[in-house]
Design a protein around this ligand. Structure first.
Ligand code: PA5
Length: 434
């Protein structure tokens, strides 16, 4: 069952039925191009089938490797950048204990990330910690040549080999890379590392439902079967229900393109749970890299409320009218905390003592939505019943599919990223790479 709720009613203040009707022929064409794999960038549409292609054998193998790592590591280092780490991090952060580094009874290794920054202090601090702890690492790079993860891997491989000796170190390294080519592939063959493949036809930012995302998520102790199942259910729904009324991806892609055409150039992803901060980071990369090209594209930004209502809230309410919001609403918390009744009531909060924090958070969300409607910020609301693996799997596939559709509606190739090369060219020249 697809338990996601979509509400476009407040965006409807700016989007008229005529706009939607005008867009429909394009949406139908985009849907057909996507599912029949005939559109631009169709050599990178393997992700469309990831939920049905990832075999039980691969899942079991990933779970077995994850178990080995969980048994011998206090810390698990995921090396990668962009699409090679944001997907797994989004899901892990969404599901993990908020203070896992401080929990004494942890059952999973503490997950840390490397190769997503060139900060020397970050790396030095990481090495300092790894000196004292048992750890394993996974290096993820489809091209196998990206500078940031390649440097991090060189440093950490050397550290690991000094700490454990070459033989034991080999057993602590997994490489996820191209099937045939790239420096990392060659190194993995040379050193005899366990490897998983990033399929040729899956780009980095669409790779969450391959070993790129699934291995780290399994090491963190989460149910990858349920994630894939959620994605599979969503895939079936989005591919087969091809009409506007029943297909939320059609609706989301249509609304955001109409809003963009009407001058809303920023889409703000809004959540009310700190666990979802990295989900927004994943979404920003997915949409930013897929659509921001040829001088076009919505600028994807994000806020985490109510925290950011006390910083960006002023701008959203009252600044330049540039944006619309996509709100992720989570109906239920996984844990409960009571607000105590206080006989003295000095803080005047007794009126809240019969409510849960989640109920109060929802009132804050509702009040903010009402204020933003007044402030002329259209909103799209996507609701899930709770944060769990299946719902995250559904959301991941929903946003991937909608991104492909939306890119086609915008008239760009949503599956390439030529702009990313510009900084690399300059950097390598400045580094005098030969
Ligand atoms: O989505 C993408 O394609 C990029 O963000 C890549 O994932 C990122 O640049 C890392 O590339 P690679 O996996 O080749 O190291």
């Amino acid at each position: 069952m697809i338990k996601l709720n979509f509400d476009f009613s407040t965006a409807f203040s700016l989007v008229e039925m005529g706009d939607i009707n005008d867009m429909m022929p394009k949406v139908e064409k985009a849907h057909k191009s996507l599912v029949e794999k005939t559109g631009e960038g169709n050599e990178f549409l393997g992700w469309l089938d990831s939920p049905i292609k990832v075999s039980k054998g691969v899942i079991l193998d990933i779970q077995a490797e994850a178990e080995k790592i969980r048994n011998k590591a206090d810390i698990y280092v995921v090396i990668g950048i962009g699409g090679s780490y944001l997907g797994s991090r989004a899901v892990i952060e969404a599901l993990k204990h908020n203070f896992d580094s401080l929990c004494d009874d942890r059952k999973s290794p503490f997950i840390v990330y490397a190769g997503q920054t060139l900060s020397e202090d970050y790396m030095a601090d990481l090495l300092e910690v790894l000196d004292k702890k048992d750890y394993c690492l996974t290096v993820i790079s489809k091209s196998g040549t990206t500078l940031e993860p390649a440097i991090a891997f060189r440093i950490l491989k050397s550290h690991l080999e000094k700490k454990y000796g070459k033989e034991d170190a080999r057993e602590r390294i997994i490489a996820i890379t191209d099937k045939e080519k790239g420096a990392l592939k060659n190194l993995a063959i040379e050193e005899g590392y366990k490897t998983y493949i990033v399929p040729n036809d899956v780009g980095g930012r669409y790779s969450l439902l391959t070993p790129v995302g699934l291995l780290p998520i399994a090491v963190a102790g989460f149910d990858i079967d349920a994630i894939v199942e959620g994605a599979r259910l969503m895939r079936h729904h989005l591919i087969t229900d091809n009409d506007f009324e029943h297909n939320p991806a059609w609706q989301y892609a249509t609304y955001r393109n109409i809003l963009y055409n009407k001058g809303k150039s920023i889409e703000l992803m809004v959540n009310y749970l700190p666990n979802l901060q990295f989900f927004s980071e994943w979404w920003k990369q997915l949409y930013g890299e897929s659509e921001g090209k040829n001088g076009k594209g919505l600028f994807p930004a994000s806020v985490s409320n109510t925290t950011d209502l006390h910083s960006m809230g002023q701008y959203v309410q009252d600044g330049e009218r540039l944006m619309f919001e996509t709100i992720i609403h989570v109906e239920n918390s996984n844990k409960k905390v009571k607000i105590p009744y206080d006989g003295n009531n000095y803080d005047g909060l007794n009126y809240l003592s019969t409510m849960s924090l989640t109920e109060i958070n929802h009132k804050a969300e509702e009040g903010t939505s009402m204020a933003h409607i007044e402030g002329k910020v259209p909103q799209i609301r996507i609701g899930i019943d709770k944060l769990d693996e299946e719902n995250l799997g559904k959301l991941v596939f929903f946003f991937e599919f909608s991104c492909g559709l939306s890119g086609y509606l915008l008239g760009v190739n949503p599956f390439d990223q030529p702009g990313v090369e510009a900084y690399k060219k300059n950097m390598f020249k400045l580094l005098e790479k030969n």
